[in-house]
Design a protein around this ligand. Structure first.
Ligand code: GDP
Length: 325
């Protein structure tokens, strides 16, 4: 199996629950459409299925309107045509863009990771470490979540397993000081990537948001151009809630004095989304909804609980896997 085939099969496995609801199950689109002539009732049923899989109102409306126009104009009459149409349209939603981590032209690349507690932030950081280590990159972690008891230890356990060093401070200490030490260490040790874990924050908690802003400015002063990426970890199982979080995070960061977020079309406080737990949900359509509603690219998806369960998001593989037999 070629590289692309392997990626598709990994996505296919990870998307099992979504595939069941959206595509392969008794109530899915294949059962509704295959071998049948299209009619208005089927289009209405299709709309329900898309909404159930959290494709979202905007994305669903766009797909359904397009199908209806073609159907009424006599350009689309078979159920199979609808499936091909959806595959084509969904793939075309993502512009050509590089979904790899942005790298610093010289010196360490700094990746700041944020997200609410429980979203899968620590596990996602372990996955990033694993991926970077398997690319022979030297990685350093900064444990700036000094707020939550056990957060540093949790990170240390992963780092020991993955052979990555951690810079940490006192429980309850100043996270910006940890970020400062970590930047110094990253430069002096010549690491390729510094991953900075921040306190799992609720976007509504002002002090935590300001803390994040402070960490960002400390990093920017130490390493020009840094942080090169600010990744927001979202929990795919929370469906439309994840979407609200992305929006509110971007707004809260902007309100805390950050430049306009990527969601606002600006250079971007949040540069990418790590969508965790995609394997644990039937709401995988959220990937489409994120694309429709925010401008923030999903860069990585989590497809399981081990560090290897990370994939760079690839729209082509995602759609092919979703609709595969
Ligand atoms: P944090 O509080 O945001 O740091 O969240 P954790 O990284 O501790 O993850 C919370 C729970 O989600 C843990 O039980 C993880 O094993 C689980 N988890 C994280 N990412 C994934 C994923 O991609 N797939 C699955 N199935 N579970 C995940």
């Amino acid at each position: 199996m070629g590289f692309f085939g392997k990626v598709i099969s990994k996505f296919k496995q990870g998307l099992e629950k979504t595939r069941e609801v959206l595509v392969t199950g008794a109530g899915g689109v294949k059962n509704l459409l295959m071998g049948r002539r299209l009619d208005e009732e089927m289009i209405l049923e299709l709309e329900k299925i898309l909404l159930q899989a959290d494709v979202g109102v905007v994305g669903t409306r766009r797909l359904i309107d397009g199908i209806r126009v073609d159907f009424q104009a006599g350009r689309m009459s078979r159920g199979e045509d609808v499936i091909e149409y959806m595959k084509r349209e969904i793939k075309a939603m993502w512009p050509e863009q590089d979904r790899q981590l942005v790298s610093a032209p010289s010196g360490p690349t700094v990746v700041l990771v944020t997200g609410i507690n429980g979203a899968g932030k620590t596990t996602s950081i372990a996955k990033l470490c694993w991926m970077l280590r398997s690319q022979d990159k030297k990685v350093l972690l900064a444990a700036c979540d000094t707020f939550r008891a056990g957060a540093v230890r949790q990170l240390e356990i992963w780092s020991e397993r993955l052979g990555v060093e951690v810079i940490k401070g006192q429980q309850g200490g100043d996270p910006a000081a940890v970020a400062f030490d970590a930047c110094k260490a990253a430069v002096s040790r010549g690491v390729d990537v510094l991953i900075v874990d921040t306190a799992g924050r609720l976007h509504t908690q002002d002090p935590l948001m300001r803390q994040l802003t402070k960490i960002r400015s400390v990093i920017a002063r130490q390493i020009p151009g840094a942080p090169h990426e600010t990744l927001l970890v979202l929990d795919a199982t929370s469906g439309q809630n994840a979407l609200r979080q992305a929006d509110e995070f971007a707004k809260a960061l902007a309100a805390a004095g950050e430049p306009a977020g990527a969601a606002a079309g600006g250079p971007g406080a949040i540069t990418g989304i790590f969508l965790a737990k995609l394997d644990g949900t039937a709401k995988g359509g959220i990937v489409v909804a994120i694309r429709e509603v925010t401008n923030i690219p999903v860069k990585f998806v989590g497809l399981g609980e081990t560090p290897e369960d990370i994939e760079s998001f690839d729209p082509e593989a995602f759609v092919d896997a979703l609709f595969a037999a």
